[in-house]
Design a protein around this ligand. Structure first.
Ligand code: PLP
Length: 355
């Protein structure tokens, strides 16, 4: 038995994996593989429609939003956002909460001016800055909702005088929030939704078509929205598996139920980190992520031994990001509480061994 605590691509539910596996050989009892059907077929159109509808439903979106499934990962969105929304000579505001936010900032600078309203870089991004003002003349305000590498998460989104744009790659569909407060949300599918290869973009239609520059078609949200996210061949399989995951979330009780489970999983693990004298959390307590739990050992020389013990017990992917060290247990939506318990029991066992 393996317990996948990897940060991404992340874990998918067993039901989703089984249905996804079946579709590889026989999709919808058609005798054809999902990998060989046309994206223009009625069957795939139904998948795309259902995926878009489920996103709208689970995020409780008002009318006027388009849901797109694009390619190029969240990293392409770092450039597509300013390409489409930030005119030359205009300014966009960014909150710098980690490596991914910094990459988004770097790309935006190719298109216009960037004001970094606050940064926690000086403390290796262990907290989310809260004391900042969003300039009223910004084209938009960009915020990373969950910082996968450092294990911090924005618990409350600010009231913004300008449209908010958010990279929600590592916590989309994990908790309830008011999506209608956002002009644009993007997320690579490969943590909480599906396989790598699809990137979800939710965009309020009135945000589009405002910049002066010419945008190449493949990088133009408006063209993708007008084409129903089928301007070119979409990532059929990744979208299909994302749709299955969205269906699964709905079937178990929607975002409210997922959030309840995620809160319980995070509480279980953080309680052990705080109780066990051998371990300590690295993120500021009030900003702790419910998706990526980062921790180290009080005595770093013990880390290889605990890592080996975890590996022997089937816990994979708990090594911290190379820029942070220590451990990172990613507990995405599909991770059951029982798997988190396995890790917690190991931490207790290690304590007895050393005590
Ligand atoms: N943003 C966040 C918050 C991430 O965690 C990641 C990947 O881990 C990315 C962006 C980059 O995503 P992609 O690899 O899809 O470009």
């Amino acid at each position: 038995m393996k317990y996948n605590f990897g940060a991404g691509p992340g874990i998918l539910s067993q039901e989703v994996l089984q249905e996804a596996a079946k579709a590889v050989t026989d999709f919808n009892n058609s005798g054809l593989s999902i990998l060989e059907i046309s994206h223009r077929s009625v069957d795939f159109q139904a998948v795309m429609d259902e995926a878009q509808q489920l996103v709208k439903e689970l995020l409780n979106l008002d009318a006027g939003y388009s849901v797109l499934f694009l390619q190029g990962g969240a990293s392409l969105q770092f450039a597509m956002v300013p390409y489409n929304l930030l005119d030359e000579g205009k300014m966009a505001a960014y909150l710098d909460t980690g490596a991914w936010a910094s990459k988004a900032i770097k790309e935006a600078k190719y298109f216009g001016d960037v004001k970094v309203v606050a940064s926690s870089k000086e403390s290796t991004y262990t907290y989310i800055p809260k004391d900042y003002a969003i300039p009223e003349n910004a084209a938009y305000f960009h915020i990373t909702s969950n910082n996968t590498i450092y294990g911090t998460q924005v618990k409350e989104f600010p009231a913004s005088p300008v449209p908010m744009v958010s990279d929600m790659s590592s916590d989309i569909f994990s908790r309830s929030f008011d999506a209608n407060k956002f002009g644009l949300i993007y997320a690579g599918a490969q943590k909480n939704m599906g396989p790598a290869g699809a990137t979800m973009v939710v965009v309020r239609e009135d945000m589009l078509g405002k910049v002066q520059r010419t945008i190449p078609s493949m990088l133009n949200y408006k063209i993708h929205a007008e084409g129903g996210s089928m301007y070119n061949t979409p990532s059929v399989y990744a979208i299909y598996v994302s749709m299955l995951t969205l269906r699964w979330i709905k079937s178990i009780g929607g975002i409210a139920e997922i959030e309840k489970q995620n809160n319980a999983k995070a509480a279980l693990l953080y309680e052990e980190i705080d109780r066990n004298p051998l371990f300590k959390g690295t993120a500021a307590a009030e900003d702790r992520s419910h998706m990526n739990v980062c921790f180290v050992m009080e005595d770093p020389s013990l880390e290889p031994e605990f890592m080996q013990m975890a590996k022997d017990a089937g816990c994979v992917g708990i090594k911290g990001h190379r820029s942070v060290g220590g451990f990172r247990a990613s507990i995405y939506n599909a991770m059951p509480l029982s798997s988190v318990q396995v890790l917690v029991d190991l931490m207790k066992e290690f304590e007895s061994k050393k005590g």
